[in-house]
Write a protein that binds this ligand. Structure first.
Ligand code: ADP
Ligand code: MG
Length: 620
């Protein structure tokens, strides 16, 4: 019997390895540009043909290579960046595996032209399928220019995986823009054929680079954030709670200056924005995370786009808290009209600390520990606002009190705690002037007028309470006469897929199929006269959108979606008249919830009209 194990030729081995590092043209651009950055380049020019599928050139003005180095650069494990394995711990360069050029040259025709500034002439090396085909001296400008053509010519199976030139170009452009964000001091440009895609001259400040990359308008909408906790430094920019995007593409994370995609980071970011954005919408975030070398392992993925953190919790909370604080500061409640109540620095410190304490734990676990009372035990007073049920309102308020007293200790009163703990300006301190335009509560604040959207505000209060209670099944009420609801096929499929969540939210829906369902029970917080048809159609639409989130986030997103919709349907509407006491109550309720500035569907719930603005308008 003949032996069947063979040692792969080094070229075949490199071609296989190339599959890991070199997925597509953008991977080549990434590796070449990182080499240029490692070489200390001030200027990096990328030129591609047909989105990189026909050719890639990366030119830099960095340190360059000697003739010998240029010849060796394409050998596997040829690297100038790592002499000893123990150096791996504190690695500062992008490359260190000595794999990229070997992999690239194994699946293409690669030409390296390089000259060190100190040398009189440079070297040009042509490598075909991993073998040096030609090496000649050449007159060259200082720096390195690497040209890659005939990509995957020897690996037709991989070539088939290449997408349209436009798609590949957008991958290249996306990656290069991110690299540019991390290195404002380096000039970057990208050309596709004769067309210039972008050109960013070197700048001194990171925010100038943000403007170059995102455009002035979008950059102006973002708020700078910075924070540090447990040795994890976080800095960057985040979009305001009122702005959102259809895709998560605008969330860019960097660890130690590397573009990194990490589920933990993404989750911390999305958790910070939870309920501040409409369902299925995403923030724009550019975030640089810096941790001590040794706290992060960048060598877990061949292209180093994934990392492993030694202390994931520290990363999660540092990111979450920094973003929460930034967003909280950006959407402060208005200043109170009560005189003499100064908000000094120490006050704001205390407020920040209170906010941190509130979010020290993940929302769900916090709710589990602190709040075991069902939503039905703490009904919100406005739900029973019709004059005819005035007595019922008193009764439910009493029930709420009972609920409160039956809980133990002060931590069992999450609604009262935030307002008591911090001294952030309180909505309840505003002087109510009255209801206007059938939907706004007009108030006087310290230095101007504050208009509060009654529907958005009430929806927000209801949502936060539902959310705190939602680790348990929400109490439901049986309908005397079940409602038969006609729905289209898509809506039926979506609702059926979320059956378990619907039950937990207090719904009882039966008989999916044949274009209709039977609604037997509603969450107790909803009025029995709720239009079931509209509600279910709305829910299906929201859930279908939230479903796009994918992964672990899905269940939580679906739950928030449901709660937001329930909150919305039970909230006072524009046009509902409110009694003064009801307005006062709503303001007081707003003080009990965090992040009061948007409704769960992401609309702002108030507008301020400062005195200065009023005076400007009347030209005082
Ligand atoms: P790594 O970056 O992991 O060291 P590469 O295969 O990407 O491995 O590169 C191999 C070596 O080639 C590098 O260590 C470096 O010495 C040299 N090199 C590659 N690109 C450049 C460049 N643009 N400027 C200077 N030296 C380079
Ligand atoms: Mg490299």
């Amino acid at each position: 019997m003949s032996d069947t194990i063979e040692i792969l030729s080094s070229v075949v081995a490199d071609q296989i390895a190339a599959g890991e590092v070199i997925e597509r043209p953008a991977s080549i651009v990434k590796e070449l540009v990182e080499n240029s950055l490692d070489a200390g380049a001030q200027k990096i020019e990328v030129e591609v043909q047909a989105g990189g599928t026909e050719g890639i050139v990366v030119r830099d003005d960095g340190a360059g290579m000697t003739r010998t180095d240029a010849e060796r650069a394409c050998l596997r494990h040829a690297t100038s960046k790592l002499r000893e394995i123990f150096e791996l711990d504190g690695i500062a360069s992008f490359g260190f595996r000595g794999e990229a050029l070997a992999s690239i040259s194994a699946v293409s025709q690669t030409t390296i032209a390089s000259r060190r500034p100190a040398d009189a002439e440079g070297t040009r090396v042509r490598v075909v399928q991993g073998e040096v085909a030609e090496i000649v001296p050449a007159g060259l400008p200082p720096g390195t220019c690497i040209e890659v053509t005939d990509l995957f010519a020897s690996v037709p199976a991989r070539r088939k995986f290449l997408r349209k030139a436009a798609t590949e170009l957008s991958h290249i452009s996306d990656w290069l823009q991110r690299a540019a964000l991390a290195h404002p001091e380096v000039a970057f440009s990208l050309k596709n054929g004769a067309r210039e895609v972008f050109r960013h001259p070197a700048v001194r400040h990171a925010d100038e680079r943000l403007r170059q990359v995102q455009g002035a308008a979008r950059a102006a909408e973002m708020i700078a954030c910075v924070g540090e906790e447990a040795g994890v430094r976080v800095r960057g920019w985040v979009s305001r709670a009122g702005t959102s995007y259809a895709q998560s593409k605008a969330i860019l994370t960097f660890v130690g200056g590397r573009v990194v995609r990490d589920r933990l980071l993404t989750r911390a970011i999305l958790d910070a924005y939870r309920a501040l954005l409409p369902q299925g919408r995403y923030p724009a975030v550019v975030l640089f995370i810096d941790v001590a070398a040794g706290m992060v392992d960048v060598n877990v993925h061949p292209t180093k786009i994934e990392v492993r953190f030694a202390d994931g919790d520290a990363i999660y909370s540092s990111v979450l808290h920094t973003l929460r604080r930034t967003l909280d500061d950006a959407i402060q409640a208005p200043a109170p009209s009560r005189p003499g109540k100064e908000t000094g620095a120490s006050d704001s410190d205390r407020r920040v600390r209170a906010a941190l304490a509130r979010y020290a734990e993940r929302p769900s676990t916090r709710a589990e520990k602190v709040y075991r009372v069902r939503e039905s035990a703490a009904p919100d007073t406005l739900a029973a606002r019709a004059p005819a049920v005035g007595a019922g309102r008193a009764a439910s308020a009493a029930a709420a009190d009972r609920g409160a007293s039956s809980r133990t200790g002060q931590e069992a009163m999450p609604f009262a705690e935030p307002a008591a703990a911090g001294s952030r300006p309180r909505f309840a301190d505003l002087r109510i002037i009255g209801q206007a335009l059938n939907g706004y509560i007009v108030c006087e604040g310290a230095d101007g007028l504050v208009l509060i959207d009654q529907h958005a505000a009430h929806e927000r209060v209801r949502f936060e309470r539902l959310r705190l209670a939602a680790t348990e099944t929400i109490a439901s009420q049986q309908l005397l006469v079940p409602a038969v609801v006609e729905l289209d096929e898509g809506a039926l499929v979506t609702l059926e897929a979320h059956g378990a969540e619907l039950v937990r939210a207090g719904f009882e829906v039966e008989g999916f199929g044949a274009g209709r369902v039977m609604l037997r029970a509603l969450p107790a917080t909803l009025d029995v006269s709720t239009d079931a048809e509209v509600l279910l159609a709305d829910l299906a639409r929201d859930l279908a959108q939230a479903g796009a989130a994918g992964g672990d986030e899905r269940i939580r997103a679906a739950r928030d979606t449901l709660l937001a919709r329930i909150a919305c349907h039970g909230a006072v509407r524009v046009g509902d008249p409110l009694l003064p006491a009801e307005m006062q109550r709503l303001l007081a309720d707003l003080d009990t919830i965090p992040f009061a500035a948007t409704c769960p569907h992401g609309r702002p719930l108030m507008a301020e009209l400062p005195r200065s603005e009023i005076e400007r308008r009347v030209r005082r």
